[in-house]
Ligand binder design. Structure first.
Ligand SMILES: [Zn+2]
Length: 336
């Protein structure tokens, strides 16, 4: 599933143009599922550029400073025109620590969720509610109860992964997830490292999204079973092997670490695409294997094994364990 940002598409090129081009799927040549966020997260991260009240949120475009207003009704209309498969309700996302502010934002999020439900006109587009409430268990539990009583097609947990500790994230998931219906998708927003995916699945999460895998890739940080590989490190300069032995992605099947490092340090844009292909493939493959291990009843063992290898390498930036780790994965490789 591809996530498309309503805020960015609303400002440029605009939902009308995309609708005239036949909707998002046709516009960008993607025949599989698309989820659009409501734009709330981007608007609320504008900080000085926005003003919020119970009716909606007024903000200035980061592109040209022009003034705009998002209401629950408008973001539904925009998402329907974009034609995504899954739309999200407008929510108020704030920093999660202050209790009173979290309570007020959750209350407003519930009002807006109700209005989004009332404003939807497409029956071929799923609509997900978003649980808010900061790092406060009672607020989160109440938010989950209120939203599930409204009857959405799926439920997201928002407002996490915004600066709180991992312990807080896990504590909130532990109290929210059991309240969400088991037969509807549960979506943890803004989470995307391999270890966070495993911890999320362990707590009952089905869907994740994050800019991390693509952003890391563009910076030359690549996922391997032994942890994160920093392509810039000199050790990769004359390494003829792939990023990850045994990886079936186009990048690993075709190019060496030495070449990819050369592209990166030369600021050659092809490198950004090739690195991105690998990181996305790695995460999709990880999720595929997680699903298989869940079906086989072996998820806890899978998680333990993966994390042991992944964190072992992660702690050692010098890559002293690399040859051993690689030999283990494929029984060595020619010229490696
Ligand atoms: Zn690869």
């Amino acid at each position: 599933m591809v996530l498309a940002n309503t805020y960015h598409l609303y400002l440029r090129p605009g939902a009308d143009l995309i609708a005239r081009m036949g909707g998002l799927h046709r516009f960008m040549g993607w025949e599989r599922a698309i989820l659009t966020d409501s734009g709330g997260f981007q608007v609320f991260s504008l900080r000085d550029l926005r003003e919020v009240d119970d009716e909606g949120v007024t903000f200035r475009s980061h592109l040209d400073g022009s003034q705009h207003r998002f209401t629950p009704e408008l973001v539904m209309e925009v998402q329907e025109r974009l034609g995504s498969d899954v739309a999200m309700v407008l929510d108020q996302c704030i920093e999660p620590f202050d209790y009173d502010r979290s309570a007020a934002a959750a209350r407003r999020t519930h009002l807006w969720a109700e209005r989004c439900l009332g404003a939807r006109t497409r029956s071929d587009q799923a609509l997900f509610g978003i649980v808010q409430g900061g790092i406060h268990e009672d607020l989160r539990i109440e938010s989950a109860r209120v939203l599930t009583s409204m009857g959405f097609d799926g439920y997201a947990i928002g407002g996490l992964s915004v600066g709180e500790s991992k312990q807080d994230t896990h504590r909130i998931l532990d109290c929210v997830v059991p309240i969400l219906p088991a037969d509807k998708p549960r979506y943890l927003m803004g989470v995307g490292t391999p270890d966070d995916l495993l911890e999320g699945v362990a707590r009952g999460i089905d869907i994740f999204d994050s800019v991390l895998p693509t952003r890391l890739a563009r910076n030359g940080a690549l996922f391997t079973f032994g942890g994160r590989l920093n392509l810039r490190n000199a050790i990769n300069k004359d390494d003829p092997g792939p990023i990850q032995d045994g990886c079936a992605c186009y990048t690993c099947q075709s190019f060496s670490r030495a070449y990819l490092r050369h592209l990166l340090v030369s600021n050659e844009i092809l490198g950004l695409s090739l690195n991105t292909i690998h990181n996305l493939h790695f995460l999709l493959e990880l999720m595929r294997n997680i699903r298989l291990s869940v079906l086989a009843g072996e998820f806890p063992a899978f998680k333990r094994t993966f994390l042991r290898r992944y964190s072992g390498q992660h702690a050692d930036a010098s890559w002293a364990h690399r040859p051993e780790g690689r030999a283990k994965s494929l029984g060595g490789r020619a010229g490696g």
